[in-house]
Structures are given as C-alpha cells and as structure tokens.
Design a protein around this ligand. Structure first.
Ligand code: C2E
Ligand code: CA
Ligand code: CA
Length: 549
C-alpha cells in the first residue's frame, strides 16, 4: 500500500477513534484490503497486529464457529456492493479463550465515483459494557480488576485504598433511592477532590470505592483519609440537605506482583471490615496479618487461595477433644483447619481464614472442610458411637442460598449421621437476614443437627443472637477464662453467661481450659463441657484415633 493511502487511513482512523468511546473500531482500505484496528481490540482478542492485511479472514477466526456463517454472508454482501453496511451480533473469542457477545456495526464509505473505498465500523463488547458505573461515572469493579491486573503485570509500585459508607441503607430508607444515588455521586466527588492527582477512583460494589494511588506514603494517605472523613461527616451537603456520613477505609501498599488480583480484592475487603468492625472507621493498613512472621503474608494467602482452586490440596484438619465437665469422658471434638506445604510449613488458620472468608472461593473450602470432617468422623464413630463432631461455619457460607442443601448432600454422600453433627457459628452472622437464618437452623435441628454459638461475648450482639436464634450450645471464649482464678470480672462474666445460656435452654462449653486448677475452678459454674490444651491440643485424625480419651 502506498504512503498516501496509509496516511489517509491513519488520520481517518484517529478521528474516528475519538468519537467511538467504549467500542473497538476498525477501518479498512477496501482497495488494498488493508485495515487498522484499535489497540484495545488487538489486546483483547489477541489479534496479530493493529495493521492487518485481509483482516476480515483473521477476524472470522475469532468468531464463534456457529456464528461464522452470518458474519461471512454479511461481509461478502458488503464487499460485493450488495449491502451498504451491517449490524450483526456474534460471539468472539477473548484473549483468555472465553467467548464474549459483540455487536458489530459497519458501513461502506464510497469515493467520488461511487466505488467502495473504506469499510469502517465499531464493535461493542457486551462483556465490558459495565466498565463504567452509571451512577457515579467512575470506572467500575471490572475496570478496577483490569487496572490492578495491568499494575501487577507492569510491576508498578502503587497502593490501593478502599473506602465506603456505613449505614447507607438508612439514607436510602429515609430519603429514597434517587437521593441515595446523589449521595453516592457526591461522595465520589469528595473522594476525587481529596485524592486529586493521586491516581484513579473506582466505584466497587455497593457503597464501596477504591483508589489506585501512585503514592505509597502511608502517613500521607492516612492524612488524606482523615481529611475525607472530616469532610463527609461535617460538611457534606446533598440538595441543600446536610448529611453526616460514617466511613471506613483500608490501605494496601503493593510490593508483591506475583499475586492474583482476586487475592488483593479479598485482602482489601478484609481490612475494610476490620476498619468497620474493630477500629470505628479508622484506616486499617494491611501488613503481615500475623506479626513476627517474616514471610510475606499476601504471598502466603495467594498461594493458599490457589490451593482452594486445586481441589483444596494442602489443607488438612486437626481435631481437638471436647470433654464432659463432670465425668471427663469424651463428648465430641472440634475440627480445626490448617494448611501446609514444603515451602511455607504449617500455616495456622488465623493467617488465612479471616481473609479467605472475604473471597468468593470460601464456600468451596467450607464444603471441603465439612466433607473431610464427615469422612474422618465416620472412622471416629466406630470408636466413639455417641460423639459430636463440631465444624466451624463462616458467615460467608451461611449467606449462600445453597448452604442447607450442601450440608445435607455432604451428609448423604458421606453417610455421616446428622445427629452427630454440630455447626459452630459466630455472632458475625447477625449481619445476615435473621428470618432466613432462623428457618435454616430450624431445618437443621429438625434433622438432629446441633448449633453452637462460638466466641460468645466477644462480639457486639451475642445476646441478640442468642435471643433470636435456636442455639444448643454457647461456647465461652478463652479470653474470659484465661485469668478466671484471679479476675473477679471474668468470674462474673462466666457466671452471667452461664445463667443466660440456662435461660435460653442452651448448654455451655468453655474453651481454653489449660490446667487442672482452671478446670476445678470452672466446675462451680454449671458448665457442661470443657475444651483446651489441658486435655489435648488439636491433633491430626490418625493421632486422635490412636489416643485414648
Ligand atoms: P475457634 O473456633 O475459637 O477455635 C478455637 C481455637 O482455640 C483453636 O485455634 C484452638 O487450637 C485454640 N485453643 C483451644 N484450646 C486452647 C487452649 O487451651 N489454649 C490456647 N491458647 N488455645 C486453645 P486455631 O485452630 O488456631 O483456630 C483459630 C480460629 O480459626 C478458630 O477459632 C476459628 O475461628 C478459625 N477456624 C479454624 N478452623 C476453621 C474452620 O475449619 N472453618 C472456619 N470457618 N474457621 C476456622
Ligand atoms: Ca470454633
Ligand atoms: Ca471459639
């Protein structure tokens, strides 16, 4: 193709691309059958180059085989002069091998003699339409994932901030949904104002936003967040209405690029909820979750997350006995997860459970835990026919609508009797719909499955949870008993919880019994069962079966 024609192609293409925001465009010089395509299309569909000879045939290769006939016909008609343009829909293969639905609109541009000169068109990728959030005009969660992937790929030093509004539903209820949208828009503006020149702002799910910042200065970012917080709690106006917003935030400085964007997202959600639930909205900075660990914990979390995808390879369960307080005979056991591999050794759950609970993958791990515990449990049953197997259930599992059917199908598959199963939940489930939970627990109990309320007293509304839900056992956290012999307030707390449980016809289990003295002291509170290092640490299944309890 001669230089003039190429220049003309380029200049037309550039004008064209300005107006075609959000679509991929192509421009074909029909005489030479030479085309130019958007760079984003070349990347997304893995095309050979922005400039292509015979692009029609190359593009046809990307189109789903079942849709090719329609495409070929319409191209033939255009090149033969039968049609002036086309407007068709087909599936095209993306860089990762998946198919996305596209709308392709094209038209022929003729020269002064009426001969076809150019074929120009735009392809809209339906899969990426939601890259922009329509309420705030910001890039959406998908845009965020895309940009994070790019950063990781470029190994660009950055930090990511997540922030969002607490109690937004109150605003929606009070002022209506339209006003709620305005609040979000105004909040988005405030973020952009405060974090101006820092990087890009994204609207994530619900009322959460993210900022990808070029700054890695924790102090500076913390200052900016304080400014934002002050602004939205004191000087925030929507339609002349003064509103006070409570917000939360987390900050992650990215140093490690060999990780998945999903891992970053789960860590962000984790620090966000830490900020909301434990720090009253102060910014939480993600560093090694377990201090004193020289390994980079995001790297560990990323590896552990990947093993969930690989059939939960590397996870294993340990079992800790639960004894009757009076007879000291075995009542049951609690299944506790661990993870190990050669490089990282054994990783305890505090280092990965809280973050993975924020991950869409957690329910899969939850099913693995339940299945493994039931399979091991069948062996324990031969030795201890009446024992109860306690399995920890995260709120991330409870909120999935298929949780009940998952439990029953695992019971059926493994043949473990439901009467020997106890599900341990924590008061964090108060964030879920209480009516749904109530019904769920009623179904479980009808089949003999028991429910225990774990870590009682450590959260905000243990009492509320106990009042609302049918609970068989209340587990008193180790926090309240570790100084029980000396601390009067701990003594009153245990006494109080014990009588409270009694009022709701629940029995009490105390965790963290470490010595015979503690056991003797605790016996005065009418406690049903004990669990703690005094009896045994959590141990693998084969060791458990060899021991005598
Ligand atoms: P948790 O459910 O409260 O489990 C009791 C924890 O206390 C266990 O820690 C256990 O090893 C420890 N413990 C028991 N007796 C004593 C004692 O006498 N002294 C001391 N110092 N500690 C004692 P672990 O196994 O590290 O688990 C920590 C937490 O991780 C669990 O707390 C639970 O919240 C979570 N977790 C563990 N396994 C699972 C699981 O399978 N699923 C879910 N969702 N969470 C799990
Ligand atoms: Ca537990
Ligand atoms: Ca506990």
């Amino acid at each position: 193709m001669d230089k003039n024609s190429l220049n003309r192609l380029d200049s037309m293409f550039e004008t064209f691309s300005i107006i075609a925001e959000g679509s991929y465009i192509y421009l074909c010089d029909m005489k030479n059958d030479y085309s130019r395509w958007s760079k984003s299309a070349v990347d997304y569909f893995n095309l050979p180059d922005r400039y292509m000879k015979n692009a029609g045939a190359i593009w046809e290769e990307c189109i789903h085989p079942d849709d090719r006939e329609l495409y070929r016909k319409s191209i033939d008609n255009i090149f033969s002069g039968k049609d002036k343009g086309h407007d068709i829909q087909y599936r095209a293969k993306a860089y990762d091998g998946s198919y996305v639905v596209c709308t392709c609109r094209g038209a022929v541009i003729r020269d002064e003699n009426g001969n076809p000169e150019y074929f120009a068109g735009a392809i809209k990728n339906h899969g990426s339409l939601s890259y922009i959030d329509t309420i705030t005009g910001l890039r959406s969660l998908y845009g965020f994932f895309d940009d994070v992937k790019t950063i990781l790929w470029k190994k660009k030093k950055n930090s990511v901030i997540i922030t969002g509004i607490t109690g937004f539903s109150v605003i929606n209820d009070m002022y209506g949904y339209k006003f709620g949208n305005k609040v979000l828009r105004t909040f988005a503006n405030c973020i952009q104002e405060v974090f101006a020149n820092q990087g890009s702002v994204y609207r994530m799910d619900g009322t959460k936003f993210a900022i990808i910042s070029n700054s890695r200065d924790e102090k500076h970012i913390t200052e900016l967040y304080k400014k934002l917080r002050k602004k939205v709690s004191h000087e925030f106006f929507v339609d002349t209405e003064k509103i006070s917003l409570s917000i939360n935030a987390g900050l992650m400085v990215l140093n490690d690029f060999n990780i998945e964007s999903e891992t970053i997202y789960s860590c962000l959600k984790y620090i966000y909820y830490e900020s909301k639930n434990r720090r009253l909205g102060d910014i939480v900075i993600f560093d090694n979750i377990e201090k004193g660990n020289d390994r980079n914990s995001i790297e560990t979390i990323n590896v552990i997350r990947n093993s969930v995808i690989e059939n939960c390879n590397g996870f294993f369960l340990c079992y800790q006995p639960i004894m009757y307080a009076d007879t000291e005979k075995l009542k049951g056991m609690e299944a506790l997860i661990r993870w190990k591999n050669d490089k990282y050794g054994i990783v305890p759950p505090v280092q990965f459970v809280p973050v993975l609970e924020q991950d869409v993958l957690f329910p899969e791990l939850g099913r693995w835990i339940l299945r493994q515990a039931m399979n091991d449990g069948k062996i324990f049953l031969k030795k201890y026919p009446d024992f109860i197997m306690n399995v920890n259930i995260s709120y991330a599992q409870l909120e999935k609508s298929d949780f009940v059917s998952d439990v029953f199908s695992i019971l059926e598959e493994t043949g473990f009797p439901p009467e020997n199963l106890c599900l341990e939940i924590t008061e964090r489930c108060r964030l879920l719909d209480m009516d749904i939970l109530n019904n769920m627990f009623k179904i479980f109990r009808k089949h003999g499955i028991k429910i225990a309320l774990d870590d009682f007293g450590t959260g905000f509304s243990s009492l509320g949870t106990l009042r609302t839900l049918p609970i068989d056992t209340v587990k008193i956290d180790r926090e309240f008993v570790k100084d029980i012999e000396k601390s009067h307030s701990d003594q009153s707390t245990v006494q109080f919880i014990s009588s409270l449980a009694d009022a709701f016809k629940a029995e009490v289990c105390v965790e963290g019994v470490e010595t015979a003295d503690m056991r003797d002291f605790l016996r005065r509170y009418g406690i049903k069962s004990f669990q703690g290092y005094y009896y045994s640490k959590p141990i693998p299944a084969d060791e458990f079966i060899r021991k005598e309890f």
